[in-house]
Design a protein around this ligand. Structure first.
Ligand SMILES: Cc1cc2nc3c(=O)[nH]c(=O)nc-3n(C[C@H](O)[C@H](O)[C@H](O)COP(=O)(O)OP(=O)(O)OC[C@H]3O[C@@H](n4cnc5c(N)ncnc54)[C@H](O)[C@@H]3O)c2cc1C
Length: 419
């Protein structure tokens, strides 16, 4: 039987942070990670570059999350600038890019994982890998210990659960925490994939796969009423649409999209050009090139992969001379450039979701400490909580800040109790 002051379950972003700060604050800490290495998800964040945080104000940051009030104490204690200083202090330099997104200067997420692992070992954390927790024990309303799938039991005064959500399950985040907590009577709100590609009606041409469209304007209609508008970058995939503005939309309309509400997505491929300006541009192109055909005209306005898709939708002959287009045909092309439409049919699954929305009911967690209001000495941090945010470094900052707050609250309590 092994006894620790504090056990952290899950070695992701929140668990690495929690275990290191708990040990730094004087506790004897064990970190249990079910995979063969901690930080598997962290390693693939930001397309392998790890968008650590977003260097904005707390107020602005909170407009990108679902539960602003709950996060205030965690952010007041440790926010973006603190996180950057922390990484700098462990010899990881950072840089800030467009949209105030912060990355390691090396552009390598693995450096973040390695840096954190090295730091927690230096603080004296013991790491046990391939250690999947499958039972939590309580005594008189207090957490008392846990059992691994392989049978071994561990006991501690405090336990911090950082098992993440259910998205990208191959990284180890398979929703274990929800099951563990349900058996203790805690409420888990409905979980859904979020920041996930949106499926659209009809088969998308294979040649569009991975095509990114930058600086487009997206309007979203429900029953012909405009319900959302976004400007930025999107991407086509074989099975649907993705990219920053689509992922953000998937989070915003998460509930309705997952229950089959249909939305019309109208893409304006030329938001900077009015219909009149586009008409003038057509005229110029036609005057400049004598034998310009419709295909050639479209090539001047669209990425090559989209030209055939446009020709099919317009039902126009690619070889027709652009100078021979009548006003109606020109209008049809302009309309399609300004209103390239798709109808949504649903969301892709957890395998492709950047985050899980829903989770541990926040009414049952004290935001000042991250301690469960139902089970004393049990702390919860990271994505397993009913917290979610946009892309842009917001989700990792939530994991880091809540993990640190749980560690500091739990270890300060240990000190107060004279343990
Ligand atoms: C492809 C991708 C890219 C992303 N990019 C970014 C980005 O650039 N910026 C950003 O802010 N966010 C990004 N995110 C989101 C971000 O990675 C998560 O929000 C964050 O990792 C959550 O941290 P966490 O510690 O709560 O959970 P996780 O990182 O999921 O860690 C949970 C850990 O718990 C372990 N575990 C689970 N169950 C058990 C158990 N029973 N016993 C022991 N251990 C267990 C898991 O193996 C895992 O290591 C990305 C997500 C994905 C999938």
């Amino acid at each position: 039987m092994d006894k620790y002051d504090l056990i952290v379950v899950g070695g992701g972003a929140s668990g690495l942070m929690a275990s290191g700060f708990a040990a730094q604050n004087g506790a004897k800490v064990l970190l249990l990670e079910k995979m063969s290495r901690p930080g598997r998800k962290l390693r693939i964040t930001g397309k392998g570059r790890c968008n650590l945080t977003n260097l904005t104000t707390i107020d602005d940051f909170l407009t990108h999350v679902n539960q602003a009030e709950f996060l205030k104490p965690a952010f007041n204690a440790f926010f973006a600038e603190d996180l950057i200083s922390f990484f700098n202090a462990i010899n990881i330099k950072t840089k800030t890019e467009r949209g105030r997104r912060v990355f390691p200067q090396s552009d390598k997420a693995q450096d973040i994982v390695d840096g954190l692992e090295k730091w927690i070992l230096k603080q004296g954390v013991q790491i046990k890998k391939n250690a999947r927790v499958n039972k939590l024990f309580t005594r008189n309303g207090y957490i008392s210990g846990l059992r691994l799938q392989k049978g071994k039991m561990f006991f501690a005064d405090k336990i911090i659960l950082c098992t993440g959500g259910t998205s990208y399950p191959a990284t180890g985040s398979t929703g274990d925490g929800y099951k563990l907590l349900k058996t203790l009577g805690l409420q888990i709100t409905e979980i859904k994939p979020a920041l996930v590609p949106i499926i659209v009606k009809g088969k998308l041409p294979a040649k569009l796969n991975r095509l990114s469209l930058k600086n487009i304007n997206l309007e979203v209609y429900k029953n012909k009423n405009l319900v959302a508008e976004k400007f930025g970058e999107m991407q086509f995939l074989n099975h649907g649409l993705s990219g920053p503005i689509i992922l953000s939309l998937s989070r915003m309309l998460n509930k309705e999209l997952s229950t089959g509400t249909l939305f019309d997505l109208s893409i304006d491929l030329k938001p900077a050009l009015s219909e009149v300006k586009l008409q003038n541009r057509f005229q110029r192109e036609i005057e400049n090139i004598r034998y310009l055909d419709v295909q050639g005209l479209l090539r001047k306005l669209l990425p090559a992969q989209l030209v055939q898709v446009f020709l099919d939708r317009l039902k126009m002959d690619a070889r027709k001379l652009a100078s021979k287009l009548n006003q109606n045909e020109i209008k049809k092309i302009i309309l399609l450039l300004k209103d390239f439409r798709f109808q949504t049919t649903g969301l892709r699954g957890f395998d492709e979701a950047i985050i899980t929305s829903g989770g541990v009911d926040l009414n049952e967690v004290n935001p000042e400490t991250m301690e469960s209001r139902l089970i004393k000495n049990l702390y919860l941090a990271g994505e397993m909580l009913d917290l979610d945010a946009d892309t842009g470094g917001y989700n990792l900052q939530i994991a880091f800040s809540t993990g640190r707050l749980a560690a500091m609250a739990a270890t300060n309590k240990l000190k107060r109790d004279g343990k």
